[in-house]
Design a protein around this ligand. Structure first.
Ligand SMILES: [Cu+2]
Length: 187
Protein backbone atom coordinates (compact mmCIF):
# COMPACT_ATOMS: atom_id res chain seq x y z
CA UNK A 1 0.00 0.00 0.00
CA UNK A 2 2.95 2.34 0.64
CA UNK A 3 3.81 3.04 -3.02
CA UNK A 4 0.23 3.78 -3.95
CA UNK A 5 -0.15 6.14 -0.99
CA UNK A 6 2.89 8.18 -1.99
CA UNK A 7 1.66 8.13 -5.56
CA UNK A 8 -1.62 9.62 -4.35
CA UNK A 9 0.30 12.20 -2.36
CA UNK A 10 2.39 13.06 -5.40
CA UNK A 11 -0.75 13.36 -7.50
CA UNK A 12 -2.29 15.65 -4.91
CA UNK A 13 0.82 17.82 -4.87
CA UNK A 14 0.77 17.97 -8.65
CA UNK A 15 -2.88 19.00 -8.55
CA UNK A 16 -2.11 21.73 -6.03
CA UNK A 17 0.77 22.94 -8.18
CA UNK A 18 -1.53 23.05 -11.22
CA UNK A 19 -4.16 25.02 -9.36
CA UNK A 20 -1.51 27.40 -8.04
CA UNK A 21 -0.12 27.88 -11.55
CA UNK A 22 -3.60 28.51 -12.93
CA UNK A 23 -4.29 31.09 -10.24
CA UNK A 24 -0.97 32.84 -10.70
CA UNK A 25 -0.31 35.36 -7.96
CA UNK A 26 -3.96 35.30 -6.96
CA UNK A 27 -5.31 37.55 -9.72
CA UNK A 28 -6.04 36.98 -13.39
CA UNK A 29 -3.51 38.14 -15.95
CA UNK A 30 -5.89 40.95 -16.88
CA UNK A 31 -5.27 43.57 -19.48
CA UNK A 32 -1.81 43.47 -21.07
CA UNK A 33 0.39 46.57 -21.06
CA UNK A 34 -1.44 49.36 -22.81
CA UNK A 35 -0.43 50.44 -26.27
CA UNK A 36 -2.72 53.38 -27.02
CA UNK A 37 -5.10 52.71 -29.87
CA UNK A 38 -5.03 54.80 -33.03
CA UNK A 39 -7.59 55.22 -35.80
CA UNK A 40 -6.04 52.54 -37.98
CA UNK A 41 -5.59 50.17 -35.04
CA UNK A 42 -8.02 50.81 -32.19
CA UNK A 43 -7.25 49.20 -28.85
CA UNK A 44 -9.74 46.55 -27.76
CA UNK A 45 -11.43 47.24 -24.43
CA UNK A 46 -13.77 44.63 -22.99
CA UNK A 47 -16.53 45.66 -20.62
CA UNK A 48 -18.78 42.93 -19.25
CA UNK A 49 -22.06 43.99 -17.69
CA UNK A 50 -24.14 42.00 -15.25
CA UNK A 51 -27.06 42.62 -12.88
CA UNK A 52 -25.80 45.15 -11.52
CA UNK A 53 -22.15 45.83 -12.08
CA UNK A 54 -19.21 45.81 -14.45
CA UNK A 55 -16.07 43.83 -15.06
CA UNK A 56 -13.35 45.05 -14.86
CA UNK A 57 -13.78 47.07 -11.65
CA UNK A 58 -11.64 49.88 -13.10
CA UNK A 59 -11.56 50.75 -16.81
CA UNK A 60 -8.21 52.07 -18.05
CA UNK A 61 -8.24 54.59 -20.90
CA UNK A 62 -5.53 56.71 -22.50
CA UNK A 63 -6.67 60.27 -23.27
CA UNK A 64 -6.84 60.77 -27.03
CA UNK A 65 -6.58 57.10 -27.96
CA UNK A 66 -9.00 55.25 -30.21
CA UNK A 67 -10.63 52.24 -28.59
CA UNK A 68 -13.06 49.62 -29.77
CA UNK A 69 -15.36 48.89 -26.87
CA UNK A 70 -16.71 45.36 -26.78
CA UNK A 71 -19.64 45.71 -24.41
CA UNK A 72 -21.08 42.36 -23.38
CA UNK A 73 -24.27 42.05 -21.35
CA UNK A 74 -24.07 38.88 -19.26
CA UNK A 75 -27.03 39.97 -17.15
CA UNK A 76 -30.72 39.17 -17.47
CA UNK A 77 -31.76 42.81 -17.83
CA UNK A 78 -30.99 45.43 -20.45
CA UNK A 79 -27.94 47.48 -19.43
CA UNK A 80 -25.81 50.28 -20.79
CA UNK A 81 -22.28 51.53 -20.45
CA UNK A 82 -22.16 55.31 -20.36
CA UNK A 83 -18.53 56.45 -20.38
CA UNK A 84 -18.28 60.04 -19.27
CA UNK A 85 -17.60 62.52 -16.49
CA UNK A 86 -19.63 62.54 -13.28
CA UNK A 87 -21.58 65.53 -14.66
CA UNK A 88 -22.41 63.47 -17.76
CA UNK A 89 -23.46 60.52 -15.59
CA UNK A 90 -25.86 62.70 -13.62
CA UNK A 91 -27.23 64.23 -16.84
CA UNK A 92 -27.98 60.77 -18.25
CA UNK A 93 -29.45 59.74 -14.90
CA UNK A 94 -32.01 62.54 -15.03
CA UNK A 95 -32.62 62.12 -18.78
CA UNK A 96 -33.40 58.43 -18.37
CA UNK A 97 -35.41 58.90 -15.18
CA UNK A 98 -38.16 60.11 -17.52
CA UNK A 99 -38.40 56.56 -18.86
CA UNK A 100 -39.09 55.03 -15.46
CA UNK A 101 -42.75 54.26 -16.21
CA UNK A 102 -41.90 52.73 -19.56
CA UNK A 103 -43.21 49.16 -19.79
CA UNK A 104 -40.65 46.35 -19.77
CA UNK A 105 -38.83 46.00 -23.07
CA UNK A 106 -36.45 48.05 -25.12
CA UNK A 107 -35.49 51.32 -23.51
CA UNK A 108 -36.97 54.27 -25.41
CA UNK A 109 -34.63 56.62 -27.22
CA UNK A 110 -33.33 59.26 -24.82
CA UNK A 111 -31.98 62.54 -26.19
CA UNK A 112 -28.28 62.92 -25.55
CA UNK A 113 -27.49 65.52 -22.86
CA UNK A 114 -25.99 68.72 -24.26
CA UNK A 115 -22.20 68.78 -24.41
CA UNK A 116 -21.83 65.02 -23.85
CA UNK A 117 -18.37 64.01 -25.09
CA UNK A 118 -18.45 60.45 -23.84
CA UNK A 119 -20.11 57.41 -25.34
CA UNK A 120 -23.23 55.40 -24.50
CA UNK A 121 -23.63 51.75 -25.47
CA UNK A 122 -26.97 50.08 -24.73
CA UNK A 123 -26.93 46.28 -24.85
CA UNK A 124 -29.75 43.77 -24.42
CA UNK A 125 -29.42 40.69 -22.22
CA UNK A 126 -27.06 38.17 -23.76
CA UNK A 127 -25.98 40.57 -26.51
CA UNK A 128 -22.76 42.34 -27.41
CA UNK A 129 -22.15 45.69 -29.06
CA UNK A 130 -18.84 46.88 -30.50
CA UNK A 131 -18.29 50.62 -30.70
CA UNK A 132 -15.16 52.42 -31.86
CA UNK A 133 -14.68 55.75 -30.12
CA UNK A 134 -11.97 58.33 -29.47
CA UNK A 135 -11.32 59.14 -25.81
CA UNK A 136 -11.42 62.96 -25.57
CA UNK A 137 -7.83 64.23 -25.23
CA UNK A 138 -8.98 66.63 -22.50
CA UNK A 139 -10.93 64.02 -20.52
CA UNK A 140 -8.55 64.33 -17.56
CA UNK A 141 -9.67 67.95 -17.18
CA UNK A 142 -12.97 66.77 -15.63
CA UNK A 143 -12.32 67.53 -11.96
CA UNK A 144 -14.75 64.88 -10.73
CA UNK A 145 -13.24 62.18 -12.91
CA UNK A 146 -14.83 59.78 -15.38
CA UNK A 147 -16.96 56.73 -14.79
CA UNK A 148 -18.71 53.90 -16.56
CA UNK A 149 -22.32 53.93 -15.41
CA UNK A 150 -25.73 52.48 -16.19
CA UNK A 151 -28.77 54.74 -16.07
CA UNK A 152 -31.51 52.29 -16.90
CA UNK A 153 -33.84 53.47 -14.11
CA UNK A 154 -32.77 52.09 -10.75
CA UNK A 155 -29.46 50.60 -11.84
CA UNK A 156 -27.21 53.53 -10.83
CA UNK A 157 -28.78 53.41 -7.36
CA UNK A 158 -27.93 49.72 -7.21
CA UNK A 159 -24.31 50.70 -7.63
CA UNK A 160 -23.92 49.98 -11.33
CA UNK A 161 -20.89 52.21 -11.79
CA UNK A 162 -17.12 51.75 -11.92
CA UNK A 163 -14.40 54.39 -12.24
CA UNK A 164 -12.24 55.15 -15.25
CA UNK A 165 -8.51 55.42 -14.61
CA UNK A 166 -6.66 57.52 -17.14
CA UNK A 167 -3.25 56.13 -17.99
CA UNK A 168 -0.37 57.20 -20.15
CA UNK A 169 1.29 55.08 -22.83
CA UNK A 170 2.71 51.96 -21.21
CA UNK A 171 -0.14 51.86 -18.73
CA UNK A 172 1.36 54.27 -16.20
CA UNK A 173 -1.58 55.73 -14.25
CA UNK A 174 -1.94 59.50 -14.67
CA UNK A 175 -3.77 59.61 -11.35
CA UNK A 176 -5.93 57.51 -9.11
CA UNK A 177 -9.33 56.23 -10.29
CA UNK A 178 -12.17 58.63 -9.69
CA UNK A 179 -14.21 58.25 -6.51
CA UNK A 180 -17.94 58.91 -6.38
CA UNK A 181 -18.92 61.67 -3.95
CA UNK A 182 -20.92 60.24 -1.08
CA UNK A 183 -23.75 62.62 -2.01
CA UNK A 184 -24.18 60.80 -5.33
CA UNK A 185 -27.14 58.41 -5.47
CA UNK A 186 -24.72 55.55 -6.09
CA UNK A 187 -22.02 56.91 -3.76
CU1 LIG B 1 -28.02 48.42 -15.92
Amino acid sequence: MQPSRSLTAAASLAAVALVAAACGAGSPAGTPAITPGVGAAPRDVNIVMRDYGYVPPVVDLVPGETVTLHVINGGLEIHEAVLGSLEAQLAWESAEAATIDHPPGPTPVVPQPEGFDGVRVVVGSGQRQDVTWVVPPDATAAASGWFVGCHIPGHWQKGMVVPVRFVGPGGVPLGTPAVLPSSSPAG
